[in-house]
Design a protein around this ligand. Structure first.
Ligand SMILES: Nc1ncnc2c1ncn2[C@@H]1O[C@H](COP(=O)(O)OP(=O)(O)OP(=O)(O)O)[C@@H](O)[C@H]1O
Length: 210
């Protein structure tokens, strides 16, 4: 669970984010919504410990992480958090399975003990594509691959910034269903979005307009 109170962030001398009270529950999809420039990405980055807050309180699973040490941030990213970005965050010249594992592996086969990678690929509809170079995948396939990486990591917190923004209708639906399934299996999913279908799939939404 993530809780924030009286969170404020300044950029370039101006207040760009001010949130009185926010909670993201375990097993739910929480949406950050509002017009362009209202602070959705800033809020998402603060909750994921990618950006620092200027004032307020941020707690993750009850631990005060308003001003996390480098060690606390590193541990959170390594063990518990995963990020899904509009531009997919994929390493283009690595294979799909290398992108899931986040390391170079060379080719391997289903029978050589990497079943968890194949389960993640199966889950996102990329069965049999593990040895393909990521640059050959379509935009929708790359976004599903980035979700396969979060599944494989078994991340308890998934932070998604406009995950459906550059996708066609079918892939948008698939990505929404996958993020919802991640929450149903126990992840805390937080999504910054303009997409009305994505908003409707959220259990709770926070409108950040000031
Ligand atoms: N380095 C910076 N210096 C000054 N202002 C900044 C800086 N970075 C971002 N901002 C401002 O902070 C505000 C919040 O930006 P943010 O990207 O969080 O908004 P957003 O709601 O995600 O927007 P969008 O929907 O267009 O992606 C915007 O008004 C933006 O112009």
């Amino acid at each position: 669970m993530i809780e924030a109170e009286n969170l404020e962030v300044e950029k370039g001398g101006s207040l760009v984010l001010s949130v009185a009270s926010f909670t993201a529950e375990v097993g739910a999809v929480t949406g950050l919504i509002g017009p362009s420039g209202c602070g959705k990405s800033t809020m998402l980055n603060c909750l994921g410990l990618l950006e620092r807050v200027d004032r307020g309180t941020l707690r993750i699973d009850g631990m005060d992480l308003t001003r996390p040490s480098n060690a606390q941030r590193g541990k959170f990213w390594k063990d518990r958090a995963a990020f899904v970005f509009q531009d997919y965050g994929i390493i283009e010249d690595w294979t799909a399975q290398e992108n899931i594992l986040l390391r170079k592996t060379g080719r391997f086969s289903r029978t050589r003990g990497k079943s968890s990678v194949y389960e993640a690929l199966d889950f996102v509809g990329l069965t049999g594509r593990g040895n393909e170079t990521a640059s050959y995948l379509s935009g929708g396939e790359k976004q599903r691959l980035s979700i396969a990486r979060t599944l494989h990591k078994k991340a308890s917190y998934i932070f998604a910034d406009e995950p459906t923004a550059s996708l066609d209708t079918e892939n948008r639906r698939r990505v929404i269903d996958l993020l919802t399934a991640c929450a149903a299996s126990g992840a805390t999913v937080i999504v910054a979005t303009h997409d009305e279908d994505m908003m409707r799939a959220c259990d709770t939404t926070y409108d950040l307009r000031q």
